[in-house]
Design a protein around this ligand. Structure first.
Ligand SMILES: *[C@@H]1O[C@H](CO)[C@@H](O)[C@H](O)[C@H]1NC(C)=O
Length: 236
């Protein structure tokens, strides 16, 4: 059963592909995905949710497929993070959107791979859903851009937005640029599975149910706490 467009817009953090969805539905479909459902997000909530997701993720029943495929890349390039005002301060609009969009490959991270894990070069033909995966890193940059646009949208009502205090405003603008560079540095090359509806594959990706190779967050947290330099708590 197909979900309505309204239902689709309620699903946050989704990566969807109109090119593939055309094939899924065999015709023209409406394409409104980036962001109308989360316009009231503020930076604290957004970053809180990000951390919550990282630290409390639980196994999903709906579309897990066991051990994941990983694109053939190892961390190998030394990159010194530098502030970049093009990402942090550019006024919302076509110019700012363009520098973010330039981070995405043609195909938006969707790749073709055989069930045996062989990567299929693009040959000008339409993707087969059964061979389609998504490189996590591009899903993640997509999500960060969603948060950026949502945050900018909320700036319209500064009195409801305590993060507009100049000192804090600089902080969250910095965070977007910083997290962008973190995602690009640690490019997650795990291939994400398409969502399913019963037996049917859908031309969209929420990222859930795909196994990643990760740092042990609990161990890292315990180690950091053991070596802490202060007894202060909190996330702000
Ligand atoms: C900032 O990002 C833009 C767009 O990717 C790039 O052209 C520019 O060189 C970057 N500047 C710095 C200081 O890294």
């Amino acid at each position: 059963m197909q979900t309505s467009n309204d239902e689709r817009e309620d699903e946050m953090g989704l990566l969807d592909d109109k090119w593939l969805r055309k094939q899924e539905h065999g015709g023209r479909v409406s394409w409104r995905l980036w962001g109308t459902g989360i316009l009231c997000l503020v930076a604290g909530f957004a970053l809180g949710a990000l951390f919550h997701r990282i630290s409390t993720s639980t196994p999903q029943m709906s579309h897990g497929h066991g051990k994941s495929l990983v694109a053939p890349f190892e961390p190998s390039v030394k990159v010194t993070f530098q502030p970049n005002d093009t990402f942090a301060y550019a006024t919302p609009g076509p110019e700012a959107d363009a520098v973010w969009e330039a981070l995405m490959p043609l195909g938006r991270g969707f790749v073709q791979v055989t069930p045996n894990g062989e990567f299929i070069p693009h040959a000008g033909s339409t993707s087969n859903l059964h061979n389609t995966k998504v490189v996590s890193a591009f899903h993640q940059i997509h999500c960060l851009n969603m948060l950026r646009k949502s945050l900018y949208a909320s700036v319209g009502e500064p009195e409801k937005f305590r993060y507009m205090v100049p000192q804090i405003e600089h902080h969250w603008r910095h965070c977007f640029d910083y997290l962008r560079q973190v995602l690009m540095c640690n490019a997650d090359v795990t291939l994400e599975n398409l969502e399913t509806s019963g037996e049917k594959l859908l031309a969209r990706v929420d990222g859930w149910g795909t196994e990643h190779v990760c740092v042990d967050w609990r161990a890292l947290k315990a180690w950091t706490e053991k070596h802490r330099g202060t007894d202060d708590g909190g996330i702000d």
